[in-house]
Design a protein around this ligand. Sequence first.
Ligand SMILES: *Cc1c(COP(=O)(O)O)cnc(C)c1O
Length: 382
Amino acid sequence: MTTADTIPFNRPHVSRNELEYLAEAVRRGSTSGDGPFTARATRLLTEITKSRGALLTTSCTHALEMSALLLDLRPGDEVIMPSFTFVSTANAYVLRGAVPVFVDCRPDTLNIDERLVEGAITDRTRAVVVVHYAGVACDMETIGKLCERYGLALIEDNAHGLGGSYHSRPLGSFGGLVAQSFHSTKNVQCGEGGALLMNDPRLAARAEIIREKGTDRSRFFRGQVDKYRWVDVGSSYLPSDILAAMLTAQFESFDRIQSLRHAVWARYHEELAGWAEANEVRLPIVPDGCEHPAHLYYLLLPDLPNRQAFIAHLAEHGVQATFHYQALHSAPAGARHGRAAPGGCPVTEEVADRLVRLPLFADLDEDDVTRVIDAVRSFTVS
Ligand SMILES: *Cc1c(COP(=O)(O)O)cnc(C)c1O
């Protein structure tokens, strides 16, 4: 049940310049891809992530699909990834005929459990995809070393991680390829959008071709070839400059967006601590060395009945809260196209039933944060 004054789970933030930049893009008439705003947004994104190269894409899903094409994955190749993630992480590789091998998550961060990755490697493994859940970094040191030792590609699905860091190094700077999302639920958004970051310079030239329908059109526009031709496989993964205009305004407001989100996150964390302890509810854990970007705030209730009752209780109090990922290894398509790593994914199955996300967005004002906190505290776990 939601009413007119229900606090929504998410409301996309609009900063100052979106409408002005959108009008500018439309007036200028450079509405297709790779226009002036695309260049501006790309530069700002590269500064935030310290990645070596970036291409805006139509979504994070498409950036992941590009990574599968760039790795030349063949049917039967295996890609190690967490079971606790969004469907796109797996779909992108399944579309190439690759087999996702789902690894369980750590009970503390809910990230892929680095201690289980080596046991999932076979002679068909080609890549490891990490997802920094809630923008809290995976153990990149351990996973990075494993990838090096076994010659595996390292990919970051960094949809949650923009602005986060691991031992002072930005998330999005670790993987040879990195997928970002600018979907309306993410910290920086243009409705639907994404980016492929490239930290492996050997992949950059081909990435540009794959994103431009398999043609060398980008080189043609830079005057590097005298005509453009079909040179490789590809698709249309480049977004309109109109969307890039919106993104440019968002990136210019990134610091403000982040400080507003952090203020909400910090109040939840502080003011729910006592209630959580009394009710055996687990709050987010952020290990030393991880700076998170306040992407989401979750609670782990003791079990499924309490989780469901809690969501209903919040709805009655005008607060829209939601659960999150369901395990991929046991989802119908996950079981058909992939498999769980040895030992299965018991932690994933458990947390998927217990997790609730609270409203968290830049424009959630102090009174509404108070309303959410009061609604949470008026629930007693049974
Ligand atoms: C949001 C999200 C995606 C998909 O992003 P789109 O831009 O909507 O394609 C992929 N992976 C994770 C972890 C996400 O949170």
